[in-house]
Design a protein around this ligand. Structure first.
Ligand code: ATP
Ligand code: BTN
Length: 320
C-alpha cells in the first residue's frame, strides 16, 4: 500500500513542477504528514526531490517514466514487464527461466540490489537511468555463449548511434565507455547443463542523468548522457531501440556466433593497440591489446606472440 502511494506521488511529481503537500495529500486521500513520509521514501530510492516552504515539493528535473505500452509499441515486442522498484531485473528473469520465451524483457525504474560482475554493486537510482534485462535461449549451448556480452555491447552502441549519440566505445568484455569513463555495463548470467541449450539473461545498466547524491557511491570514473547534453532523450524510445537492437543481435548471434560482429568490435574497441594489464585474481599479465578473435576471446600480444584470453574472472585495465 505504502509502495503504491509512493509510486503515485512520483507519478504526480514527474513533470518537474511544484505541488503543495496539501494538494498531493488530497490526490492520495492522506494527510500532509503521510505525504512527507512518502516523499522521504521516494528520496531513499534515489530521487532528487526538493521541498520549498510555501511552494511544496518538486523534482530536481522532470523524468519520463517507463511506459510498458510505449515500449511494446516501439520495440514490436509483447513480453515486457516494467517494475517501479525491484531487487534486480536480471534476478527477476533468472527466477523465471522456464516460463519465458526468447526476447522476454524486464525493466525497472529502480533496483535495490542491482549487480555487476562478480557480485559487485550496480548503482541504480529511481528514474534516472535504464536498467533492462532480456531472456534468450541459445540452442548451441554454453560454449557458444562466449562472445555474447560483446555482441550485446555492440547492439547497445548501435542503438545509441541510431539516436544520434556518438562516441561510445567498448571495453572487453562487458563495459561501454565514453571519454574513458563508464557509461554502461552488461551482465550476462546463465543457467546451463554441460550439453544442450543454455538459458541466458542479458542485463544492461545505462546512465542517463546521475543524481549527485548517488555519484559518490561509484568507486570509478563514470559517465552519463547528461555530460553530452543528451539527458532529455526519451527513456522509452532509448529502451525500445536497445530492446530491438538486442533482439536482432541475438538472432544473428544464434545463427552465426560472434563472427559477424568482429569488424564492428574492432571499430568500437576502446583499448585496441594500447598497453594493457589483465588482472586474473592474484596474477597480472601485461601486453598490448590486439582486439578479439572470432569467438570473442581477448587477444593480447606479449613478446611478439598473440594469445587469446577468455573467462569471467579477467579484468582488463589500461597500463598507465
Ligand atoms: P571489470 O573490468 O572486471 O568488469 P568493473 O570495475 O567494470 O571491472 P563490473 O563488475 O563490470 O566491474 O561493474 C561493477 C562496477 O561498476 C562497480 O564496482 C562500480 O565501480 C561501477 N559502477 C556501479 N554502478 C555504476 C553506474 N551506475 N555507472 C557506472 N559505473 C558503476
Ligand atoms: C557490469 O558492469 O558489471 C554490469 C552491470 C550490469 C547492470 C545491469 S542493470 C540491469 C541488470 N540487472 C542487474 O542487476 N544488473 C544488470
Amino acid at each position: 500500500m505504502a509502495r503504491e502511494q509512493v509510486n503515485r506521488i512520483i507519478q504526480l511529481l514527474a513533470d518537474g513542477h511544484f505541488y503543495s503537500g496539501e494538494w498531493l495529500g488530497e490526490q492520495l486521500g492522506v494527510s500532509r504528514t503521510s505525504v512527507s513520509n512518502y516523499i522521504k521514501q521516494a528520496q531513499q530510492l534515489g530521487l532528487d526531490i526538493h521541498s520549498v516552504k510555501g511552494k511544496g515539493y518538486k523534482m530536481a528535473h522532470a523524468i519520463e517514466l517507463l511506459d510498458v505500452a510505449k515500449l511494446q509499441q516501439q520495440s514490436g515486442q509483447d513480453e515486457i514487464v516494467v517494475f517501479s522498484v525491484i531487487d534486480s531485473t536480471n534476478q527477476y528473469l533468472m527466477d523465471r527461466l522456464d516460463q519465458l520465451s526468447s526476447g522476454a524483457a524486464c525493466l525497472a525504474e529502480c533496483q535495490t540490489a542491482g549487480r555487476g560482475r562478480r557480485g559487485r554493486k550496480w548503482v541504480s537510482p529511481f528514474g534516472s537511468h535504464l536498467y533492462l534485462s532480456m531472456f534468450w535461449q541459445l540452442e548451441q549451448g554454453i560454449e557458444a555463449a562466449m562472445g555474447l556480452s560483446l555482441a550485446a555491447g555492440i547492439a547497445t552502441v548501435n542503438a545509441l548511434t541510431a539516436l544520434g549519440i556518438t562516441g561510445a566505445k567498448l571495453k572487453w568484455p562487458n563495459d561501454i565507455y565514453v571519454n574513458n569513463k563508464k557509461l554502461a555495463g552488461i551482465l550476462v548470467e546463465m543457467s546451463a547443463q554441460a550439453a544442450g541449450p543454455c538459458q541466458l539473461v542479458i542485463g544492461l545498466g545505462l546512465n542517463i542523468n546521475m543524481p549527485a547524491q548517488m555519484a559518490t557511491e561509484i568507486d570509478q570514473p563514470w559517465f552519463d548522457l547528461k555530460q553530452i547534453g543528451a539527458q532529455d532523450i526519451s527513456r522509452n524510445t532509448l529502451a525500445a531501440h536497445i530492446l530491438t537492437a538486442l533482439r536482432v543481435t541475438l538472432e544473428l548471434y544464434q545463427q552465426h556466433g560472434f563472427k559477424p560482429f568482429l569488424a564492428r568490435w574492432q571499430e568500437l574497441d576502446a583499448f585496441i593497440n594500447q598497453p594493457v594489464n589483465l588482472i586474473m585474481g592474484p596474477k597480472t599479465i601485461s601486453g598490448i591489446a590486439r582486439g578479439v578473435d572470432q569467438q570473442g576471446a581477448l587477444l593480447v600480444e606479449q613478446h611478439g606472440i598473440i594469445k587469446p584470453f577468455i573467462g569471467g574472472e579477467i579484468s582488463l585495465r589500461l597500463a598507465t
